[in-house]
Write a protein that binds this ligand. Structure first.
Ligand SMILES: [Zn+2]
Length: 558
């Protein structure tokens, strides 16, 4: 997500608008393909155990050399390396859905195949029902009086019919008791019907001016980690979404004339009696979302190996040069994909959708689909500010790596996806030749006392940059004092941390570490410990300035 509607966000916009990076040579050699594991029918639990064991062995094997020098440790994946899809089991969602814009509802039948990927026996399941949080007035109260999702006919292939209870503290949290507990590694099938109400709000879930943003819309299994189900409180400023990689097969009925952008790919479509039926497949994603509108225009362009679709509502933008908007969008997407493919590992999907709609943020990321706020498109008319639009697009595209490919707890550890997506903006700016006027360079050097006597202070310093109550960038959303502190730290200070680390260890070295982090955690959920395990494995601990910054900015690392 990229916020742009409050004072704090305005600062972030300024931060994002002025970034600089520089280049230094590095040595990069290939790492074995992590998908090269033995066995074909292992469960995820078994697969994880295997991976952790091998990671520990590898770490131990390199411990002796990690005290020597950074250069000798660097054996991460090559630039442009492939990111292989998992070979073991993943969850499967098979959904038969109907979108009804007259009734303002979405719903249908879901068959969900899953397994216990933990070491604990599950006696109950936790599912999230986010639509129940979205009220017509735009609020997201935990006890929202908005449209509560109807859920019925819950059945388990072992337990039979099941009932659910909504959490007393949070209507979006559903608890389902399993009359027959699910042991580690065991598989189950859960089926249910649901109908969610789509509110009239310009938001991540809602409709506004003939575009329906249907995201986080069906009951989805929460993430079980460290012995407990995660059910973070919904955040209007950040995210609380946290789920497992799954395969989706989705049949979606919409009224004839509706154009749909979605996760995955459209396999086929057919039309009968005023109903248009789409079949989508979305392999290895953390969620399935779609946006729909009967006035949407769709553009298609192949960028490398990826088909990029751009959607916009013509009637929504009377004052915008739409040809210029589409051209700018494709150019930005092309530079972003080319750069991230090289530096983070190759985007493993065939398709990416970029949709313009009105939402309460600069942009929002979903698997294979990003929403860019219409207000950002308005910067197209001003050459001095059009970079805001580009920054939104490149930021949201970067989330395909840091949110979807590598998952994380966006509520408890938001830095893992937002800071890395914000740092990706620097890569974009450099590759697009817009690294001049950077304030990140000057501000972060002064901030971290890294001295840059030859740097002159820019004339128009963004007021308030990094003037926050804490230096920590690894706090949970609700641990920051307010939105200003959260946004400044996670996006701004985090980006400065990454930039300064790059300055201190070398751009090639840092990017190699990021590639290794992506390879080691692709299609899994990572945490801060996972990031620094890779970081130290390749970089060691012998750069005092980097160590000082980490001490200053990470509360969870000792
Ligand atoms: Zn973001």
């Amino acid at each position: 997500m990229r916020k742009s509607m409050c004072a704090a966000a305005a600062v972030v916009m300024l931060i994002n608008a002025f970034c600089l990076t520089s280049c230094s040579p590095g040595k990069v050699t290939p790492k074995p393909d992590p998908s090269d594991t033995s066995g074909t029918t292992v469960t995820a639990a078994a697969s994880e155990t295997t991976t952790e064991t091998s990671a520990e062995e590898t770490t131990e094997a390199t411990t002796e050399t990690s005290e020597t020098s950074i250069q000798t440790l660097v054996t991460p994946p090559d630039k442009g390396c492939q990111i292989a899809f998992p070979t073991g089991d993943v969850y499967n969602y098979d959904m038969d859905l109907k979108f009804d814009p007259d009734k303002k509802t979405v719903g249908g039948h879901v068959v969900f195949e899953y397994f216990n990927d933990s070491e604990d026996t599950w006696k109950k399941l936790c599912m999230r029902d986010y639509p129940s949080l979205f009220a017509e007035d735009g609020s997201h109260g935990k006890n929202s009086d908005g449209g509560i999702t109807e859920i019925e006919n819950i059945e388990d292939d072992k337990c039979g019919k099941l009932k659910y209870k909504r959490d007393k503290e949070d209507v979006s949290v559903l608890w389902i008791d399993l009359s027959e507990p699910l042991k580690p590694g065991e598989k189950r099938v859960l089926s249910y019907d649901f109908t969610a109400k789509i509110p009239a709000v310009a938001d991540r879930f809602g409709y506004y001016k003939d575009i329906y943003n249907v995201t986080n819309f069906y009951p989805i299994l929460a993430e079980y980690r460290d012995g407990a189900w995660s059910h973070e409180t919904f955040s209007d400023t950040g995210e609380c979404f946290y789920s497992e990689i799954s395969n989706y097969k989705v049949k979606l009925d919409v009224p004839s004339g509706y154009i749909v952008a979605s996760s995955g790919e459209e396999i086929d479509s057919s039309e009968k009696d005023g109903i248009l039926t789409y079949n989508f497949e979305a392999p290895f994603v953390r969620d399935f979302v779609f946006c729909a509108g009967d006035k949407l225009k769709k553009e298609q362009k192949q960028l490398g190996d990826v088909m990029v679709n751009v959607y916009y509502n013509e009637a929504d933008k009377p004052d915008i040069d739409l040809d210029k908007l589409v051209e700018k969008t494709y150019k930005t997407a092309d530079i972003s994909l080319t750069t991230y493919n090289s530096e983070f590992g190759k985007y493993p999907y065939d398709e990416l959708d970029i949709l313009y709609a009105t939402i309460a943020a600069g942009g929002m990321e979903y698997p294979n689909l990003v929403i860019i706020d219409n207000s950002e498109a308005e910067t197209l008319a001003d050459d001095a500010h059009v970079v805001h639009l580009e920054m939104d697009i490149c930021h949201e595209i970067a989330h395909q790596w840091f949110m979807n490919i590598v998952g994380s707890d966006s509520g408890r550890e938001p830095w893992l996806d937002e800071t890395l997506a914000s740092y990706a903006e620097i890569l974009y700016l450099q590759e697009s030749g817009q690294e001049e006027n950077s304030h990140i360079t000057w501000v972060s050097r002064e901030r971290f006392d890294l001295s840059a006597a030859d740097e002159s202070k820019p004339d128009s310093m963004p007021h308030g940059m990094f003037e926050t109550d804490t230096d920590y960038i690894d706090l949970a959303i609700d641990e920051y004092k307010d939105d200003f502190n959260y946004i400044n730290n996670i996006y701004g200070l985090g980006k400065a941390f990454m930039y300064q680390t790059e300055q201190l260890i070398g751009k090639e070295e840092l990017h190699a570490v990021i590639r290794a982090y992506v390879q080691a955690n692709a299609f899994k959920n990572a945490d801060t410990e996972d990031f620094f395990e890779v970081f130290y494995k390749y970089l060691g601990h012998d750069n005092d300035k980097v160590e000082n910054m980490i001490d200053m900015m990470f509360s969870t690392l000792d």
